[in-house]
Every structure is written in C-alpha cells, then in structure tokens.
Design a protein around this ligand. Structure first.
Ligand SMILES: NC(=O)c1ccc[n+]([C@@H]2O[C@H](COP(=O)([O-])OP(=O)(O)OC[C@H]3O[C@@H](n4cnc5c(N)ncnc54)[C@H](O)[C@@H]3O)[C@@H](O)[C@H]2O)c1
Length: 272
C-alpha cells in the first residue's frame, strides 16, 4: 500500500495503529482469567508468537487446548513460580531461545487474600509482596535487560488493580492493596529509566473482574455481589474481555507516546 502523508499524518501507520503482526509477547499468569483473555486478544490482533508463564500446570494445558482449537496455534508454555528469581530468569531465557526476541511483556499473574491487618502473619505479608510485586520487578528486569540489549524498544504492561489506588470496601487486604500500589509506582519508575531505550512501561488497573477467583468467591459469598455491584457506576462487574482493549492499546503503536501511565478499567468504581 502506498504511504500517504498528509499534514504530517502518516496514514499507513494510522491504519495499523492496533496491529500486533510479527510481535512476540510474553503473558505471565497466562493460564488465568485476565492473562489468557489478553493472550487471545493479542493473537486476534496478529501476534506471531505467544509465551504463557504460570505456575498452574492445568491452567496452562487448558490454554494450549484453547489456542489449538481456535487458531491451530501452539503457544509456548512455561511452568514457573515468578516470585523466585532463578525461575524467572530460566523462563525468560527459554522464551528468548525459542523466539529470538521479545517485543511485549504483560505481567498478569497474582494472588488474592483477605485478612485483618492485626491478624496478618509475616509469612502471608511476604508471600503477597513476593508474588504480586517482587515478581513483577523480576520479570520486568529480565525482559527489560533483553529489550535494552536488542535496541528495538518494547512494551511492558503490568496488571495492577484499582486496589492500588483506593481501599476496597469492606475487604481487609492491606498487603494486596500495598502490592498493587507498588506495581503502579514500579511501572512509573521503570518508565522513567527505560524511556531512553524506547521501552514503554504502563499499567492497567482493573476493577472487579469475573475471573475464577472472583467467581468462586461470589459463589461462596453471594451477599457481596449486590454490595459491590452497586458501587460500580456502570452497574456490572468486568469480564476479562473488558481488560483486553487497554492491553492491545498499550502493546501496539497506538500508545507509542504513552509511558508511565496507569489505565483504570473499573466501570467507574474509583470516580465516587
Ligand atoms: N479479577 C479481579 O477482580 C482483578 C481485579 C484487579 C486486578 N486483578 C489482577 O489481575 C491479575 C490477573 O488476575 P485474574 O483475576 O486473572 O486471576 P487468576 O487467578 O485467574 O489468574 C492469575 C494467574 O496467576 C498465576 N500465578 C499466581 N501466582 C503465580 C506465581 N507465583 N508464579 C506464576 N504464576 C502465578 C495463577 O496460577 C493464575 O493462573 C492479577 O494480578 C490480579 O491481581 C484482578
């Protein structure tokens, strides 16, 4: 197609703003609700290679099944506990060996827990911070190093949470909230350091999203369904699908001039 430039507008680029053709992506927590939805979204928008890293083997198997059935495509799957540095480095090394390069990293792994602060054990605090925050630094560091060496830039997207900005009502989860606030600040800090290498680092903060942990919780504690729904201006919980658009945006050239930002996808929860 002919490249048309009108008044400084590059129409060839404009037509391909959200295109992920030839992009090679890692999605951590790729066996989970939001991670898998983003991986499928990336495939729909043309990604050529997808690696899913998760420590839940059955979920990875299920993800492979879905990709094979839908696209006759086999993602690279790696089982790893991302809170352990050696496992992160081994996993990222394996992806680089298979793909030769990584253009996009999405950190979508994570755990949840309710516990009153006065009863929270040191072990539970450490586990939460290790899995939800330290691991995000470790994967960003391992992939960031590779992107810097390759000198081709890249896109890093960290899934934080609205809980990194507000305190959810009524759940006691100071360690979860703190981990997510940390992810948002880590994102800004890395964006500042790595912009000189052409690496954009942004985060997405979902609100209540119907993935397996929330679905299980609502099955067991139906009373929270109405309480939380009424706090959401758009009047419904998010589906994993609702998070995918922001991820495609941040992974594609549509967001080339955006870095260090946090996109809140919460049905308006945080505006009240
Ligand atoms: N569902 C929500 O309401 C909601 C809201 C805001 C933010 N988030 C965030 O979105 C992200 C995805 O959550 P989800 O709702 O899809 O949950 P999920 O449980 O469906 O997916 C999370 C995945 O992370 C994996 N994982 C957990 N610890 C890991 C570790 N140490 N190493 C490797 N993999 C690990 C799990 O096996 C799971 O497959 C999380 O960071 C979560 O905090 C979720």
């Amino acid at each position: 197609m002919k490249n048309i430039i009108i008044n400084d507008l590059d129409l060839t680029l404009m037509r391909r703003l959200f295109d992920l053709s030839n992009k090679k992506a890692i999605i951590t927590g790729g066996g989970g609700g939001i991670g898998l939805a983003i991986a499928i979204g990336f495939k729909e928008y043309g990604a050529s290679e997808i690696a899913l890293i998760d420590f839940h083997e059955d979920r990875l198997k299920n993800a492979v099944k879905i990709f094979k059935e839908m696209y006759n495509f086999e993602p690279l799957v790696i089982k790893a506990d991302l809170s352990i540095k050696d496992q992160v480095e081994k996993a990222i090394k394996e992806v680089i060996k298979e793909f030769n390069e990584i253009n996009i990293l999405v950190n979508s792994h994570g755990i949840f827990q309710w516990m009153e602060s006065e009863k929270l054990s040191e072990e539970d605090w450490d586990r939460m911070i290790d899995v939800n925050l330290k691991s995000v630094f470790l994967t960003c560091q391992a992939v960031g190093k590779h992107m810097i060496e390759k000198r081709k830039g890249g896109k890093i997207i960290n899934i934080a949470s609205m809980s990194g900005l507000i305190v959810n009502k009524p759940q006691p989860q100071c360690h979860y909230n703190t981990s997510k606030a940390g992810v948002i600040m880590l994102t800004k800090s890395l964006a500042a350091e790595w912009s000189k290498y052409g690496i954009n680092v942004n985060s997405i903060s979902p609100g209540y999203t119907l993935t397996p942990p929330l679905e299980k919780f609502l099955r067991e504690h139906g009373e929270y369904e109405k309480l939380w729904r009424e706090m959401i201006p758009l009047g419904r919980f998010a589906r994993p699908m609702d998070i995918v658009g922001a991820a495609i945006f941040l992974a594609s050239s549509a967001s080339d001039y955006i870095t260090g930002q946090n996109i809140i996808v919460d049905g308006g929860y945080t505006i009240w």
